[in-house]
Design a protein. Structure first.
Length: 183
């Protein structure tokens, strides 16, 4: 497959994704006082970066943000269109595979995925968080979350689907409190 296949598919979404990453970074910093670094390939920018993750000395699925004092990695994701709050949350499998490799290698104390949703009909942003910990991976391996294959922008995609009311989902406030306890 062309190294830029997915980049070409999502290039019109880069600005929105970048704003989301910057907003989450600022929220974490403002709420906790912790330093947050942008570390992911293309995170915090809408500019084109040639090549894939390996070409850029990174790994596919690397997180967007790093919280230095807590040694925590944060992936920022979520749809760029308004959705119902009750819609399932979709995550690329490579994000979870990357995190599991990092955990097994002892890289990072904590790993999170932050899902930002523009709640349809309200204009409100809803931020939900999953701590990618042992409990989460146990449930993932047990088949608690199906793999779905929607067609988006004419392309077949692959996501892990997590119900909006799953017990692995934290509110943004709970996430902030966890970071404060560590920091």
């Amino acid at each position: 497959m062309d190294k830029h296949y997915w980049k070409d598919a999502y290039k019109d979404q880069w600005a929105a994704a970048s704003k989301k990453e910057e907003a989450v970074k600022k929220l974490i910093e403002n709420e906790t006082g912790l330093e947050v670094q942008i570390v992911g390939l293309g995170a915090g920018t809408s500019g084109f970066i040639a090549g894939n993750a390996t070409d850029n000395k990174m790994e596919k699925g690397d997180a967007d943000l790093y919280i230095t004092k807590t040694d925590s990695y944060v992936e920022v994701t979520g749809p760029n269109i308004p959705m119902q709050l009750e819609a399932p949350l979709w995550f690329r499998p490579d994000k979870f595979q990357n995190t599991e490799r990092k955990l097994l290698a002892g890289k990072g104390k904590l790993h999170f995925v932050v899902h930002v949703l523009d709640q349809r009909g309200t204009g409100n942003k809803v931020i939900r968080v999953i701590n990618l910990n042992e409990y989460f991976f146990k449930k993932l391996k047990a088949g608690s979350y199906p793999t779905v294959y929607p067609r988006i922008r004419g392309r077949q995609e692959t996501y892990i689907e997590i119900p909006y009311n799953s017990d692995v989902i934290l509110s943004f406030g709970e996430f902030i409190e966890l970071l404060k306890a560590l920091g």
